[in-house]
Design a protein around this ligand. Structure first.
Ligand SMILES: [Fe+2]
Length: 245
């Protein structure tokens, strides 16, 4: 399985605090059947001011440490980019780390605030697409505005924005309302990727299996596996073929 959204890179955000914790998380992810994992630290201007160079340097240290520890997990990195109009100059400068490719554009993991869908979301998504970046909406089912009014997703779906739902939402880890919206999106065929959004080993672990099991019960095994195998592989393949080269 390919886990496309995680916070394993040590010391960059509210995920793994240090290398030892990151290695423990990686060992657990591999034991849960994850073979490839994208590290997506928060890039949240003014809060987590991560940049492509810093993320790449931390990834290099983490990759070496995984090899030294003998942990069989392929890793690469992008970022979980928080909605902000100030992203535009970074996009123009090619400084937003991307997950890979989707339908001819570079794919950006875009996080909305948890409370609502901000004014200008559609405009920013359209602007990014005009500049070669396709936003993928991170965990829409955990956005309170979308829980109340899921129809706000429609313009983003009409633009072609794929949705990444947190696997744990399907097991109720984020509450009944997030679970209900995740299930509805799954049954409607609107989810492109299920990912762990792992932050630690306790409450948000890097384990896709419970969410996958829940998804299989709702839509069957082939459709559920596409969300943790085929689709995330299509997106991230260039990351891993580059690292294998
Ligand atoms: Fe995240």
């Amino acid at each position: 399985m390919i886990d496309l959204h995680t916070h394993l890179l040590p010391g960059l955000d509210d995920g793994a605090p240090d290398l030892a914790s990151a290695l423990e998380m990686a060992r657990f992810a591999a034991a849960c059947g994850t073979t490839h994992l994208m590290c997506t630290p928060h890039l949240h201007l003014g809060r987590y001011d991560n940049c492509a160079a810093g993320i790449a340097a931390t990834l290099a240290r983490f990759t070496d440490a995984l090899a030294d520890a003998g942990i069989a997990l392929q890793v690469s990195a992008a970022a979980e980019v928080r909605f902000d109009s100030e992203l535009m100059p970074l996009a123009l400068a090619g400084k937003l780390p991307c997950l890979g490719y989707w339908q001819g554009r570079q794919l950006l993991l875009l996080e909305l605030p948890h409370s609502h869908v901000p004014a200008g979301t559609i405009q920013l998504a359209r602007w990014l697409m005009e500049h070669g970046l396709q936003p993928m909406i991170a965990h829409p089912e955990r956005n309170k505005g979308l829980m109340s009014r899921p129809e706000q997703l429609r313009p983003l779906l009409q633009l072609g924005c794929p949705l990444q739902v947190t696997a744990g939402s399907l097991t109720g880890r984020f509450g009944e309302r997030a679970q209900a919206l995740a299930e509805r999106l799954l049954l409607e065929g609107q989810i492109t990727v299920l990912a762990s959004d792992a932050h630690n080993l306790t409450v948000r672990p890097p384990n896709l299996l419970p969410g996958l099991t829940a998804a299989i019960q709702l839509v069957g095994e082939p459709a559920a596996r596409r969300l943790v195998e085929d689709n995330p592989w299509r997106i991230t393949e260039t990351h891993f073929s580059q690292s294998a080269a």
